[in-house]
Design a protein around this ligand. Structure first.
Ligand SMILES: C[S@@+](CC[C@H](N)C(=O)[O-])C[C@H]1O[C@@H](n2cnc3c(N)ncnc32)[C@H](O)[C@@H]1O
Length: 200
């Protein structure tokens, strides 16, 4: 097994910011969640720790992430892999500036060797790939999130987990109607924008 020093998810990461701050500070229970200040769409610190924990519990060999922005979620998924001592992460991010920020932030935190950041449109990539994943985190645009789920579902190994961000029905950017769309068992974690974890 590859020896990698275990990262401490409670230690502050080094990072560069995208312009703009995380929105939605007026959402229910936003005040008791911590905004890491990574970027406009970045998850909260508590949601990032949830991703880290899901990775160290489920021990995936291959993770898929869609939408990295500045890499807040990416770094926490990668920290989980570093803790496990095996596994890799493929990230699909369509914006070249976000690809660069994500790679730079991974590099600053010595996590870049665990991650391949691809400048790709998630829907196009998932329609043609033959990869199979043990864990997925979906976080692009709310309007395409359920299409991403439909494309990724056949690529997931049985019993694996798909975490989906922004599932709150009253989310200011729209309602992806996850309960009407997804038949598999899932749990909704009640963070400000909500993160749902589906077992495929
Ligand atoms: C909400 S942000 C991601 C935040 C990030 N997961 C985090 O928590 O730090 C959404 C990102 O998805 C990217 N994106 C939007 N549509 C996409 C698509 N179809 N394929 C890949 N990336 C996409 C955007 O460029 C943006 O960087």
């Amino acid at each position: 097994m590859l020896h990698i020093e275990k990262p401490d998810p409670l230690k502050p990461l080094k990072y560069s910011l995208n312009k703009g701050d995380a929105p939605h500070r007026k959402l229910r229970n936003a005040k008791v969640f911590h905004n890491m200040g990574f970027g406009k769409g970045a998850l909260s610190y508590e949601e990032a720790l949830l991703l880290y924990t899901l990775v160290i519990i489920s021990k995936p060999k291959l993770i898929l992430e869609t939408g990295s922005e500045t890499g807040a979620s990416t770094m926490h998924l990668a920290m989980g892999l570093a803790h496990n001592g095996f596994g890799e992460l493929i990230v699909l991010e369509c914006d070249p500036k976000s690809v660069k920020l994500t790679v730079d932030n991974l590099t600053k935190n010595n996590l870049n060797h665990l991650v391949t950041v691809k400048q790709e449109n998630s829907l196009k990539y998932l329609a043609k790939t033959e990869e199979t994943y043990d864990f997925a985190f979906l976080d692009t645009l709310i309007g395409i999130r359920m299409k991403e789920y439909d494309l990724v579902k056949p690529r997931m190994k049985p019993g694996s987990l798909v975490a989906i961000h922004d599932t709150l029905p009253t989310h200011p950017k729209g309602n992806m109607k996850i309960d009407q769309h997804i038949q598999e068992p899932m749990i909704h974690m009640e963070s400000p924008r909500r993160i749902s974890v589906v077992m495929v």
